[in-house]
Write a protein that binds this ligand. Structure first.
Ligand code: HAM
Length: 416
C-alpha cells in the first residue's frame, strides 16, 4: 500500500527538513511581532465556493459527512481566517498581526512543485490600509527567505495591483461578472504562445497589442510609496513591478504579489495581497476591516533549499544539531544496568539528551552507537561505580569522576 498520489510520507529526514522550514518561518514571524493562530482542517464547502473562487473550487477535496453536511478539506487559510476575524474583530487591538503554519489540500494536476497536500505559512494584517502595512508584509516575506540564506540573486518579489487591472477592465468594457474569468486567463497566459494568447483574449474582445500596451505603459505611481518604504529598509532590490501578476483568487482588491526563484525554473514560492472587502462580505456588512497577507508554501521552498549550496548547508547543520544527543551512557558492566538507568533518568530530568543501550552490548559497540548518535560525552558506568568515567568524544579525553561531581562536571563539559 503506497501513499496517495501527491501525498508524502515524512521519514525522519524529510520531517527534519520540514521542521527546519517551520522553525525559520516561526522565528521570523515572531521577529515581526506576529502571533500564532490556527483553524479547522475541515470546513463547510460554501466557505470556499463563495470566498476563494476561481480554479481552487474545482480542486477541493470534498465529501458529504455522516451528518449530511457538504464539507471540504481546507485548500487555503484565508477564508477561515476572515471568518475568525469577522466574528471577533472587536476583541483584538489593531492592527491584528497573525500567522499560522498549517497543512492544506488541493486536488492539483501532478507537476513539479505542486502536490495535493502541502504546508503554508500564512501571515496577515488586519486594520491597516496604509502602504506601510503593504511594505511590512512584503518585508516579512523577503526576510523569511533571507533567513534561509537566500539573497536578491536567488528570488524576486513581483508586485502588481488589482486596481490597475480594474481600470483596464473598465476601459475595455469587460463586465464585472467576466472579470474573474479574464484575470484567470491573464494568470495563465503563456508568453511563448502568442497564437493561444490572441485567441484567449479575443473571447473578451481584447487584442494582444492592447494588453501589451497596458502592461508596458500602465501608471506606476501607486507603487512609489511602497517602493520608498522598502527602500528605507534596504529591501527594494528584492522587488519588481510586474502587472502580469494578477493572482488566481477572487478576493483580492489592491496590492498583489508573488515570489519566484530568479532562475524562473520553479513555480511560485509565495503569493498574497490585499483583500479589503472579504470580511465585510463574510459578515454581511456587520464588520468592515481592511486586510492583507500572503502564504508561502513548503514544497517549492524545499526544492530551492536543496539546490542552493549555502542554504542547504545551513539546513543540514541545524538538522545535525537537532538530532545530536548530549550524553551516551556506556554500561561497561551489565550488572550495573540498574544504576546506569537511575543515572540516565537523573540526567534526563536535568534536561540533557541522554541515550544508552536497551540490552547488553559490547563496550566497543556502545561507543560506536555513541558516535552514530553524535553524542558529545560518554559516561561509562562500570567497576568503579558509584564513580564513573567521563569521556569527551570530540577530543577522546577521559577522566574518572566522583559520583557527587558527575552533574557539575557534565554541565562544564556540555556548555554550548
Ligand atoms: P496561493 O497563491 O494559492 O495563495 O498559495 C500560496 C503558496 O502556496 C504558493 O505560492 C505555493 O508556494 C503554495 N502552494 C499552493 N498550492 C500548492 C500545491 N498544490 N502544492 C504545493 N504548494 C502549493 C493562497 O493560498 C492565499 N490564501 C494566500 C494569502 C494569504 N492571501 C492573503 N493571505
Amino acid at each position: 500500500m503506497q501513499a496517495l498520489p501527491g501525498f508524502r510520507d515524512f521519514f525522519p529526514e524529510e520531517c527534519a527538513r520540514r521542521n527546519y522550514i517551520f522553525a525559520r518561518w516561526r522565528e521570523v514571524a515572531r521577529r515581526y511581532g506576529f502571533v500564532e493562530y490556527d483553524g479547522p482542517v475541515l470546513e463547510p464547502i460554501d466557505l470556499y465556493r463563495k470566498k476563494s473562487g476561481g480554479e481552487l473550487v474545482g480542486q477541493l477535496f470534498e465529501f458529504i459527512d455522516k451528518g449530511e453536511r457538504h464539507v471540504a478539506l481546507r485548500p487555503e487559510m484565508t477564508p477561515t481566517l476572515a471568518r475568525m476575524v469577522a466574528a471577533r474583530a472587536r476583541d483584538f487591538r489593531k492592527p491584528i498581526k497573525w500567522f499560522s503554519i498549517a497543512q492544506f489540500f488541493r486536488y492539483e494536476k501532478q507537476q513539479r512543485g505542486r502536490l495535493r497536500e502541502f504546508y503554508q505559512l500564512n501571515a496577515d494584517i488586519f486594520g491597516d490600509d496604509s502602504p506601510g502595512a503593504d511594505a511590512e508584509m512584503i518585508s516579512l516575506a523577503i526576510d523569511m527567505l533571507r533567513s534561509f540564506g537566500f539573497t536578491a540573486e536567488d528570488f524576486v518579489v513581483r508586485v502588481s495591483d488589482r486596481r490597475a487591472w480594474n481600470s483596464f477592465l473598465a476601459e475595455n468594457r469587460i463586465e464585472t461578472e467576466a472579470a474573474g474569468e479574464f484575470l484567470q486567463v491573464i494568470d495563465k497566459l503563456d508568453p511563448n504562445d502568442s497564437a493561444a494568447t490572441e485567441q484567449k483574449l479575443a473571447a473578451f474582445g481584447v487584442s494582444a497589442a492592447k494588453l501589451n500596451e497596458f502592461l508596458n505603459t500602465a501608471n506606476q505611481t501607486w507603487f512609489e510609496p511602497l517602493r520608498h518604504e522598502l527602500d528605507l529598509r534596504g529591501l527594494a532590490k528584492f522587488t519588481e513591478f510586474d502587472l502580469r501578476i494578477v493572482r488566481g483568487l477572487a478576493y483580492y482588491t489592491g496590492l498583489v504579489f508573488e515570489i519566484f526563484d530568479r532562475s524562473g525554473k520553479l513555480r511560485a514560492l509565495a503569493g498574497g495581497g490585499r483583500y479589503d472587502n472579504l470580511i465585510e462580505h463574510l459578515s454581511d456588512g456587520a464588520t468592515s476591516i481592511s486586510a492583507l497577507g500572503f502564504a508561502m508554501g513548503d514544497v517549492v521552498l524545499g526544492e530551492l533549499l536543496t539546490e542552493h549550496t549555502t542554504a542547504s548547508e545551513s539546513m543540514e547543520k541545524w538538522i545535525r544539531a537537532q538530532n545530536e544527543i548530549d550524553i551516551y551512557i556506556v554500561i561497561a558492566k551489565e550488572d550495573r544496568r540498574a544504576d546506569a538507568l537511575r543515572l540516565g533518568q537523573q540526567l534526563r530530568d536535568a534536561g540533557w539528551r541522554v541515550d544508552y543501550p536497551l540490552g547488553a552490548a559490547k563496550v566497543g559497540k556502545q561507543f560506536q552507537s555513541a558516535g552514530h548518535l553524535n553524542a558529545r560525552v560518554a559516561v561509562v558506568v562500570g567497576e568503579e561505580w558509584p564513580d564513573v568515567n567521563v569521556k569527551a568524544l570530540a577530543t577522546g579525553e577521559q577522566r574518572p569522576i566522583a559520583h557527587a561531581e558527575v552533574t557539575s562536571h557534565l554541565a562544564t563539559l556540555l556548555q554550548p
